[in-house]
Design a protein around this ligand. Sequence first.
Ligand SMILES: Cc1ncc(COP(=O)(O)O)c(C=O)c1O
Length: 393
Amino acid sequence: MPSPSSRLQNIIPSGKDGWEVHFEAWKRKEAGQPIIMLSVGDHDFDTPSETVEACVREVRAGHHHYTQLPGIPALRAAMAKISTRCTGIATTANEVIAAPGGQAALYAAVQGTLDKGDHAIVVGPYYATYPGTFRAAGADFTVVESKAEAGFQPDIAGIEAAVRPNTKVILINSPNNPTGAIYTNESLEALAKLCIKLDLWLLSDEVYWTLGGNLHASPRAIPGMAERTLVINSMSKSHGMTGWRIGWLTGPAEIIRLLIDLNLVSTYGLPDFVSRAAVEALENDYGVEAIAHLYAARRKMILETIRGLNHVTVRGSEGGMYVMLDVRAVEPNSETFAWAFLDAEQVSVTPGAAFGEAAEGHIRISLCQPDDVLREAATRLKRFVASYKRKAA
Ligand SMILES: Cc1ncc(COP(=O)(O)O)c(C=O)c1O
């Protein structure tokens, strides 16, 4: 075959990416071993039945055709209403554009703000797709790690020091995947001050906003920020709709208008019946409270069990679908820990090293399993930590 573009080949440079434990655990599970998978970030339950029924009704009603490029008007209006709640600042339909998932909204945000050779700052630990999203735009990026000891709040001085003349963007994610940290108003205000001073875009990934109790705050509401903030949102987590691929981007109307051109040449709009079901789910908050409640209860249960464990410290873990445990006092190498835990106790967790340097010495535990499975995993973790013998270097 003729050679593929270098752009395509550079999105994910080959090599280890820290997900080997997950794929090996999956293989063992498929082979019949009783593995508990705490390394996946997808709900263990189906989409709320009201949303499913709405979709069936819409598909039966014949809504099978092309839709408006930025989303059907009712969808943009419903998304704007949720953005007003999520960000705390009045948002209108022309300030949102629908996308097939939060990832596509992030892709649009990066394509819309960075030219080839421009530079971005990614606040780490970060969600796995971020580096590839910048590489796909031909943009350069620097990861500025947040410190575990600071509860994974962004390191403002480190971010400022990483700014270059060609820096145009800072990307943050709160509630955070993988750490579960929720950025404080103080952190957001310091970031906003920096963005205003240096005339930068702030891309704010808020896909877990409903899973943070009432702690979530958006930088978009800070004076001077609405004109330079792009908020990534999604129905995947809040509404239990990961496989439906529906999300949106909120930002200044002028850039949203330009991003419609990107949809013309990429998505060409969303599926009609999915859009209509999404409107109903957004307008009625289908599943939102129950899902938030479920994860809050699971987080509480796991953290209560872990807090009694010697040598394991909880970091971040205030929201989202994960908890982050500092296991450095047991085993400083997160991959060694994860492999040994899988082999000894048949539980798969994600080594922190998969999310960047700051999360080394940590493991990420997904809360996407039923309560009894999580309880059993916590028991196995306790047993493992109590008996683990670190190998001599
Ligand atoms: C931080 C973060 N952002 C964005 C996404 C993308 O979600 P989706 O494309 O399903 O909306 C995810 C998915 O896990 C995530 O964890």
